[in-house]
Design a protein around this ligand. Structure first.
Ligand code: SME
Length: 138
């Protein structure tokens, strides 16, 4: 729909803003849960293209957040056994769920080329971003 195009443009702008202004945010994107299947689907993103446009619930950091409904901060991706590598330059990752009317509908996913860069401030800030995102989604 016309409105969906506007939403995707706004989500892309959020990715751009975050990637441009926060030096250790090197890949910024959204994944959204499929309406019926237990899968995440890649939405707007900024950074290197990824082969992982569909991620089953439970698989990788993103898939685990789809089930846990909790933030997942990974200071060292090499220390994770259930991790999906998108780029060899990535050292750390943070995934924060997006709730709409109390339901986990997707997430923001951020990769960093810096080891252990994420603090509680990133979590609080990204929770705020995700609340704003939920408000623009229909
Ligand atoms: N690393 C993620 C996959 C998505 S890429 O980071 C873009 C994971 O383990 O779920």
């Amino acid at each position: 729909s016309n409105n969906q195009r506007t939403v995707d443009e706004r989500l892309y702008s959020i990715c751009e803003l975050l990637e441009k202004n926060i030096t250790y945010y090197n890949w910024v994107g959204f994944y959204f849960s499929h309406a019926t299947k237990e899968e995440l689907h890649l939405g707007p993103y900024v950074g290197a293209p990824t082969d992982h446009t569909v991620i089953p619930f439970g698989k990788g950091i993103c898939g685990q957040v789809a089930l846990s409904h909790s933030n997942f901060v990974v200071p060292d991706v090499k220390a994770q056994d259930n991790y999906i590598a998108c780029s060899i330059t990535v050292k750390a990752e943070i995934v924060v769920p997006i709730f709409k009317n109390g339901k986990n509908i997707g997430q923001i996913d951020i990769d960093s080329n810096t080891p252990d860069p994420f603090s509680q401030l990133d979590e609080s800030f990204l929770e705020f971003v995700c609340e704003q995102v939920a408000n623009i989604l229909s």
